[in-house]
Design a protein around this ligand. Structure first.
Ligand SMILES: *Cc1c(COP(=O)(O)O)cnc(C)c1O
Length: 390
């Protein structure tokens, strides 16, 4: 049926699901309080500690998509408003925004780290613009300081989609510890997972109350009781809300994952350096482009090669697949999707090139030397059989 090498395949992602993760889930099940509860709160507090938050607060959710959605509701996005967003990101961000009735305006990215280009953002601002959506691509921090300046000048909000950047630092500051609103993902394949989950980080205590209401059916006074594994039977409903809280079992899994986050991140950084070293010659020859980083402050979610000739990408995908190595593409251009065909957009030369050139290689929290070597050598063999060393 399939080729013999299909066994022992190297997947793009491999979540860590060790014994302590299973036992954390088991204990939470045995405690018998399954909904949002003490463990959800404990997870939020541990996240606040991990992210070095001071005034800022974490509101956990059942996904990053929902975190982005309640962030969009929080800032009052709705019909008639525009959100300037990169086309080069996962469609979760666009969907979370457009669900409010707001229009997405697609913006180009800068060529170095593939995050939204502040200069292009400024060109797209109109009187309808209400927010900027920024993404920390693969964990590399976006130019948030520049975007915050632009936002201040034009009275805009900035939502940072940091789904890829949990544990990254931007000029010495943890992603999430500065800026306006930051959203994280703890989805199945992200740097830490709660199976499905996410969080919003906000700086304003008034926003926290609103986010609690948005997270849980518009109910005004439910959160404090639930954080003690209790329920309020008397309450008011004060706004349109949704239902996207993080339950106790996912929170327990998140706590077990978070305890290992430093190790996951350290390992991922090391594997990225190993790949970079293996591919240095290919980069020097001009076959591929690597990101200009030592990975010191970057918590990498994926490892991405940029092919100089995007026309060869499909052949490389097939070459690696035949050797049992899975790959991914982050991202397609969302401005090409049918649903967003009518959306306003700027010129997008960098996006158009990047969507053809990027290829994601396997990156896991734990990889052995043989696997890293197998992936690297297979890539080198494709571009330069003469350079093969192993
Ligand atoms: C994974 C991802 C999301 C969505 O996260 P979920 O937790 O799966 O909803 C949003 N944005 C980006 C850039 C992502 O990679």
């Amino acid at each position: 049926m399939s080729t013999p090498v299909a066994e022992n395949r190297v997947p793009v992602y491999r979540p860590y699901l060790g014994a302590e993760v299973a036992s954390a889930a088991q204990s939470a099940l045995e405690a018998g309080w399954l909904g949002m509860g003490k463990l959800s709160r404990e997870f939020e507090l541990e996240l606040e500690r991990f992210l070095h938050l001071d005034e800022r607060r974490v509101v956990s959710t059942n996904s990053c998509t929902e975190a982005l959605h309640i962030a969009a509701r929080l800032i009052g996005l709705g019909p008639g408003d525009e959100v300037i967003a990169p086309a080069f990101t996962y469609v979760a961000g666009h969907q979370a925004m457009s669900r409010t009735g707001a229009d997405i305006v697609f913006c180009d990215i800068e060529d170095e780290y593939l995050s939204i280009d502040p200069a292009r953002v400024e060109e797209l601002i109109t009187e309808r613009t209400k927010a900027i959506l920024a993404v920390d691509y693969l964990g590399l921090p976006c130019q948030l300081d520049r975007l915050m300046e632009i936002a201040a000048k034009h009275n805009l909000r900035v939502i940072e989609d940091a789904a890829h950047a949990f544990g990254s630092y931007n000029q010495g500051r943890a992603v999430g510890s500065f800026g306006d609103i930051t959203c994280f993902s703890f989805g199945p394949v992200k740097t830490i997972t709660t199976l499905e989950g996410g969080a919003v980080v906000t700086s304003n205590p008034a926003d926290v109350q609103a986010l609690h209401e948005l997270r849980h059916l518009g109910i005004d006074s439910d959160t404090d009781a639930r954080y003690k594994n209790q329920r309020n039977w008397e309450f008011d409903v004060v706004r349109q809300g949704y239902r996207c809280h993080l339950g106790s079992v996912p929170a327990a899994i998140g706590l077990a994952q978070l305890a290992k986050a430093d190790e996951f991140i350290h390992n991922r950084q090391e594997y990225c350096r190993t790949y970079d070293k293996a591919f240095a010659e290919l980069a020097a020859r001009g076959d591929i482009k690597l990101f200009d980083t030592e990975w010191k402050d970057v918590a990498p979610y994926i490892y991405v090669l940029r092919l100089s000739d995007g026309g060869r990408r499909q052949a490389l995908i097939e070459h690696l697949n035949a050797r049992g190595i899975a790959t991914g593409i982050h991202f397609l251009g969302a401005h090409e999707f049918s649903f967003y065909a009518g959306s306003r957009r700027g010129e997008m030369p960098v996006t158009e090139a990047a969507t053809q050139q990027v290829l994601t290689l396997p990156l896991h929290p734990y990889m052995d030397e043989d696997t890293l070597n197998r992936v690297s050598q297979a890539v080198i063999e494709f571009f330069a059989p003469d350079l093969e060393t192993a």
